[in-house]
Design a protein around this ligand. Sequence first.
Ligand code: ADP
Ligand code: ZN
Length: 292
Amino acid sequence: MRIGALEAGGTKMVCAVGDETGAIFERESFPTLTPDETLPVLTGWFAERGVEALGIGAFGPTGVDPASATFGDILETPKVAWRGCHLRQAFVDALGVPVGYDTDVNVACLGEATFGDSKGLGDLVYVTIGTGVGAGVILGGRLLHGMLHPEAGHMLVTRVAGDNGPCHCPSHACCLEGMAAGPSLQERWGKPAVELADKPEVWEIEADYLAQMCANLVLVYSPRRIILGGGVMHQEQLYPLVRKKTVDYLGGYITAPELADIDSYIVAPSLNDNQGAMGALELGRRALLAEA
Ligand code: ADP
Ligand code: ZN
């Protein structure tokens, strides 16, 4: 089976061709310009490669309900040129093959759940902490959508004592993305996050926000594992700090065996940054099966 995978991001579009085993044969990135400029390049790339199906993981907010008129559309994004873009439909029209569509983070979650160390867990949250914060959720083996799709990256958090940094979110006074994504680290400390590696106070505060999130995710979704990925999590010292603070925030209230082994509960991604592309392959495979 020859399947296409598109990771549609706000700064770049990553196209890949692979198969149902998660093998990736070829990959190429294109800058995200305007839909008029970028979409023909992407549809042409996949058309030339003769894919039988395509899976798309898209930046949000985006329509993920197949029953809705906005399925596959980019919605109210700050990237104005993309607002209202019929992203999925462009590929359906150009390629004439089944096209699976979901959020970028749901697709990464699917990649880990299908091909990664979390295979078979069935209840999984995948969070990326990068330019923004986004969370993908699988419950009972199904990708969670609901009314729109989870926006757990903007969950409201309590300001950490001693943190005077601004909230880098236009909508919220103190939300996780605004306090803990890469740009907010830069604003709080005056340097890019990557240059702050040797400052323990930076990571204590960062881990506190991420632990508030993890505790809330445990309380709300009851996942069997939480995967933390994205550029900021390259600071590996964060993992033990986040684990400890999450346990502290939960205060002994939840006594599941999974949580007792916290090192295996809050983990890094296991697919070497291929989780998005591999999840998109699985989404493409599912779309093909559904239309067969
Ligand atoms: P995006 O979220 O745009 O898809 P990334 O997940 O790579 O991309 O996240 C980019 C953000 O992560 C930037 O704000 C950057 O400062 C931060 N970042 C990237 N690498 C590191 C690193 N090694 N340590 C800390 N922060 C990093
Ligand atoms: Zn916010």
